[in-house]
Ligand binder design. Structure first.
Ligand code: NAI
Ligand code: MG
Length: 363
């Protein structure tokens, strides 16, 4: 359903491009080139938009109103590069990506973590579906002095509404993934009945995680062909390292999802490889998982790995209903990895542009 709405908005591809800071703009340029080169989609157009720390330093706002307005009024999707966030508090600054997710109600963060057939020794083929709007990230923290020292508290919000919609998203994704596998005849990676694993800790947090678990289970009734599992988050992490090949679609409250998805990314090598999308009912924004990589951002020519952004663009297309073009891009990326035509973070010698060229040629 959610995905259906996205598919309907996808007849034109007018894509807001928010490069941000550091390597963000250069990796998004790579993604744009691939979107321009891939056959089978309407000719995309791009709307360059501002956000980030550099923009904040120039103007005093990290996420200008014009960016949000342009996304809402003229774009059918967006790509987000990365922004730098100082670790110390800077008055007036808060991360634009968090604000954007809220503004556009992009309530799901979807992160597929997949190994490359014929390259990685370990078979990993899972998708983490992370709730994006609540949990401890409502950021309601207090601190007070008490006779025994300071006590800090944080509110954790879990709502039936948010848990239900993220649950539905996970079931839709499990079904769609199974369908894609069937169509493409892929035998690599996880196969079997579509399965959703609910990640929680309701043995301890029986009220909050209890509600999450119960809400997702209630949605499961709408999806009789999808198997439902559940796993306590700590033992899930154990399984993630021991037998990642057995995991497929995981649905998590915000904090667990944040941790599990970064951990899972480590199973397939460089941060420069892992894509994500932020998804709502009527908008989608692709985003590489990595940050602004300030340590390599000034290199000329750029050596930032563009593959996470290129895969994020493919994932965005897949959610918009362009399954075949997305698959073409995934295959081209996998091929460049198998051939070792990659940037230095993966042991290669190529620049950002050269890797992009290799991918485009294989489309
Ligand atoms: P990072 O992901 O920027 O970098 C971690 C390491 O991975 C670095 O050594 C970097 O060179 C490498 N790396 C990352 N992306 C790469 C790519 N595409 N190609 C090759 N190597 C790559 O994370 P870090 O260093 O913790 O944070 C740097 C800045 O990025 C901080 O200001 C942080 O707040 C921000 N950040 C932003 C995110 C976002 O916008 N969504 C996410 C994570 C961090
Ligand atoms: Mg994270």
């Amino acid at each position: 359903m959610a995905m259906q709405a996205l598919r309907e908005s996808a007849k034109t591809l007018r894509i807001g491009v928010i490069g941000g800071d550091g390597v963000g703009p250069v990796v998004l340029q790579a993604a744009q080139r691939v979107l321009e080169a891939v056959p089978g989609i309407p000719k995309p157009s791009f709307v360059p938009l501002q956000a980030g720390f550099e923009h904040f330093q120039k103007t005093g706002t990290a996420l200008p109103r014009e960016t949000v307005d342009a996304l809402k009024s003229e774009c059918t999707a967006a790509m987000f590069g990365a922004v730098s966030s100082p670790s110390h508090k800077v008055a007036g600054y808060s991360s634009p990506i968090v604000a954007l997710r809220k503004e556009m109600d992009l309530y799901a963060n979807v992160r597929p973590v997949k190994s490359v057939e014929g390259h990685d020794p370990r078979v990993v083929d899972m998708t983490i579906v992370r709730e994006n709007t609540e949990c401890l990230y409502v950021k309601q923290e207090t601190i007070e002095d008490t006779p025994t020292g300071r006590v800090a508290r944080a509110t954790r919000q879990i709502s039936e509404r948010a848990s239900t919609r993220i649950g539905r998203m996970a079931f839709e994704i499990a079904l769609a993934a199974a369908e894609v596998k069937k169509q493409r005849g892929g035998s690599y990676g996880w196969i079997g009945a579509p399965t959703v694993t609910i990640v929680h800790k309701s043995n301890v947090l029986s009220v909050t995680d209890g509600l999450f678990r119960e809400s997702v289970r209630a949605v499961a009734k709408e999806y009789p062909t999808v198997e439902v599992n559940e796993q306590i988050v700590d033992s899930l992490v154990y399984r993630l390292f021991r037998e990642p090949e057995k995991l497929s679609t995981l649905v998590c409250p915000n904090l667990y999802g944040d941790i599990v998805s970064d951990g899972a990314a480590a199973l397939v090598g460089s941060l420069g490889l892992v894509p994500s999308v932020n998804v709502g009912d009527s908008f989608i924004m692709g985003e590489p998982v990595h940050g602004s990589a300030p340590d390599i951002a000034d290199r000329v020519p750029s050596i930032a790995n563009p593959l996470a952004s290129i895969r994020s663009a493919a994932l965005m297309l897949e959610f918009m209903g362009y399954v075949e073009p997305a698959a073409k891009i995934y295959d081209a990326v996998d091929e460049s990895i198998r051939q070792g035509k990659v940037t230095p973070d993966l042991g290669g010698k190529l620049s950002t542009e050269e890797v992009t060229e290799v991918v485009c040629k294989q489309l």
